[in-house]
Design a protein around this ligand. Structure first.
Ligand code: MN
Length: 287
């Protein structure tokens, strides 16, 4: 069993998207386009409503699935499937854009701050034009594993200590864990060899790669850590509590062309999506 070592450490880039929402973006940047099958990783978080209140007004997606995980605050949404609602602290929303969806994602002010993450997971070629789907998963439905050493693991998707995550229908079948470790505590998670794996450290600092690597440098929040291949992810918290997301999935290894909110396999498919947006046939009526 080989521990996964650190391949590289990415400092998120400050950017704006939507109607001017301030974000920390780690995937879908000029230096890191994607980590197959993950095509975007955004961390939104601020105490200042001016940083997020403009939100993401009505916009399209095609060819991807998105997972939105809210840590604090509220995001109101509605879409072309007729869904609407509010996702709040601890809630998850997953959305399969498939052949096409139009939606808006509008953060609300208070009660404290807005904090959360959005990940885009690519769809395989044969499912790019699948029927759009959508689900909100309230916080209470997300299993939390609490270990004897005090580690708490929210299982958004994947399996930890036999607990199966709440999100089971993302086609790429990713593992998505929110892990909180007391100071000095360690955590291990098997990840199949060949799968892409990354950590997003957003509190404290961690050493990665097993006991033999613990003498190495700790990586402090806020950083995305890309892991090398191996069988097991081993993480140890430093002198303060640490919290991080662990994401992994099998790469699709297919050609991908991104244009804004679309990820398709060819330029022609992107051109078609744009043409359909212009002529009003983007949303498929057969849905
Ligand atoms: Mn969107």
């Amino acid at each position: 069993m080989q521990n996964r070592e650190v391949q590289s450490v990415v400092t998120p880039s400050a950017t704006r998207d939507g109607a001017g929402v301030q974000l920390r973006r780690s995937i879908a940047t000029p230096t890191l386009d994607h980590l197959d099958p993950f095509f975007l990783f955004d961390h939104f978080g601020s105490e200042n409503p001016d940083d997020y209140i403009a939100g993401f007004p009505m916009h399209p997606h095609r060819g991807i699935e998105t997972i939105t995980y809210v840590l604090d605050g509220r995001v109101e949404h509605r879409d072309s499937l007729g869904n609407s609602g509010v996702i709040g602290a601890g809630d998850v929303q997953w959305m399969t854009a498939g052949s096409g969806i139009m939606h808006e994602e509008m953060p609300k002010v208070g009660p404290r701050r807005l904090d959360g993450f959005q990940v885009w997971v690519n769809l395989p070629a044969k499912l790019k034009m699948t029927r759009p789907r959508y689900q909100d998963i309230p916080s209470a439905r997300i299993p939390e594993v609490v270990r004897a050493d005090g580690a708490r693991i929210r299982v958004i998707s994947g399996v930890v200590d036999g607990q199966v995550g709440a999100v089971r229908d993302i086609f790429a079948d990713p593992t998505y864990l929110d892990v909180a470790l007391p100071a000095g505590c360690s955590f291990e998670q098997p990840v199949p060899r060949g799968h892409t794996a990354l950590l997003y450290v957003f509190q404290g600092d961690v050493a990665i790669g097993g006991p033999e690597a613990a003498s190495g440098a700790f990586i402090a929040a806020t950083r995305l850590v890309i892991l090398k291949d191996g069988d097991v992810v081993h993480v140890e918290a430093g002198g303060a509590p640490a919290r991080f997301l662990l994401l992994s999935a099998q790469p699709l290894n297919e050609p991908a062309v991104r244009w804004g909110p679309f990820v398709m396999n060819t330029r022609e498919e992107v051109a078609l999506a744009l043409q359909e947006l212009r002529n009003g046939t983007f949303i498929k009526s057969s849905q």
